[in-house]
Design a protein around this ligand. Structure first.
Ligand code: ADP
Ligand code: MG
Length: 340
């Protein structure tokens, strides 16, 4: 056996296994790109649970020809200008999504930046690039992903039914919409999963978006979170103990605008509700934590759903306090409030 350097296309396909697990992960990466591009409206269309097609159109900044060509290359990103992994303020930064998606699908990227007379369209068919060629379109970017994993039977086999994949896409879009109230989201899943949430700005935008996404029922049975200490800001809505659920599907956690799974936050929520909710019940909550980007490492996993706080104790304390104060204001006073 001898060692060989792997060809680029194969490297991309290996990376794709980490970045794009299923159609919903493609939607997440592409919508995050649109948000990073400053879009105010994002239209997501899917067919066959995203396996047949995922199309994402945004009205963001767009890309010129040179950027369009670079965008589908591996490790090509416009977002890490200072080479500083401790100061990440965008959702993306790894420069892997488009290269990975292009290696396991038929991808077309069309883009028209401000001031350009027309758009350009670049195709990547299972890793092979073609174009760019002129394309009539509005300002912004359109990503069109067809036949995801068609050439990766092993991966295709692990996908669930169209309906289950469509449901995962809806969940992903919900989380992205909750974290970005100013953006107008349209999701057309060609089945029942049709959503249309106009963008909201100004005071109360987050609460209004949470009502759109989680329903008025939740908003009417929740207490607003508003707490800040030592640079940790906690916001969102904490469901009243009387509004708990049998599973954790209605718990949403965000750190610096990113939907996350995190043991520190889960533990803090459990502790804050311990006096009011039985151990087998789950409070409904939309919890938004903001910390200095230098205080959190998001570069733990390629999908960035996991993170690491530098000062876990401070975050835990702030979240518990935030929830206990909100619940106390709504008449639920804990026996053991956390000491300062
Ligand atoms: P990352 O988001 O980590 O930078 P991606 O592979 O997702 O990597 O995207 C590569 C680059 O392509 C981005 O840094 C950005 O410059 C550009 N790009 C991708 N999607 C869009 C979009 N919707 N609008 C404008 N630029 C985009
Ligand atoms: Mg990206």
């Amino acid at each position: 056996m001898s060692i060989r350097q792997l060809p680029e296309d194969l490297i991309n396909r290996i990376a794709a296994g980490e970045v794009v697990e299923r159609p919903a992960s493609v939607v997440k990466e592409l919508v995050e790109n649109a948000i990073d591009a400053g879009a105010s409206k994002i239209v997501i269309t899917t067919a066959g649970g995203g396996k047949t097609q995922i199309r994402i159109e945004d009205d963001g900044c767009g890309m010129d020809e040179a950027d369009l060509i670079l965008s589908v290359e591996r490790h090509a990103t416009s977002k890490l200008q200072a080479d500083d992994l401790d100061d990440i303020r965008t959702l993306g930064f790894r420069g892997e999504a488009l290269a990975s998606i292009g290696s396991v699908s038929d991808l077309a990227v069309s883009s028209r930046p401000d001031g350009a007379e027309s758009g350009l369209r670049l195709e990547v068919r299972r890793g092979v690039k073609r174009g760019p060629v002129p394309q009539a379109m509005n300002k912004g970017t359109i990503l069109d992903v067809r036949n995801l994993f068609a050439a990766v039977p092993a991966r295709l086999k692990f996908l669930k039914t169209d309906r289950a994949e469509a449901a995962a896409i809806t969940d992903t879009v919900k989380r992205l919409a909750m974290a970005n109230p100013h953006v107008h989201f349209v999701l057309d899943g060609s089945d029942r999963s049709t959503l249309n949430w106009p963008g909201i700005t100004g005071e109360g935008a987050l609460a209004a978006r949470l009502s759109q996404v989680m329903g008025d029922d939740f908003s009417e049975n929740a207490a607003p979170l508003g707490f800040a200490r030592h640079g940790i800001v906690v916001a969102g809505l904490a469901g009243l103990p009387t509004y708990s659920r049998a599973n954790s599907l209605s718990q949403f956690y965000f750190v610096n605008g990113r939907s996350v799974r995190d043991k520190v936050l889960l533990g803090a929520v459990r502790a804050a509700y311990a006096d009011f909710v039985f151990r087998d019940r789950f409070p409904v909550i939309a919890l938004f934590v903001a910390v200095d980007p230098a205080e959190v490492d998001v570069n733990v996993h390629p999908a960035k759903a996991e993170l690491r706080f530098k000062d876990q104790g401070a975050v835990r304390g702030a979240v518990i306090r935030a929830i206990q104060e909100a619940l106390a204001a709504a008449g639920f006073r804990a026996s053991n409030t956390v000491a300062e």
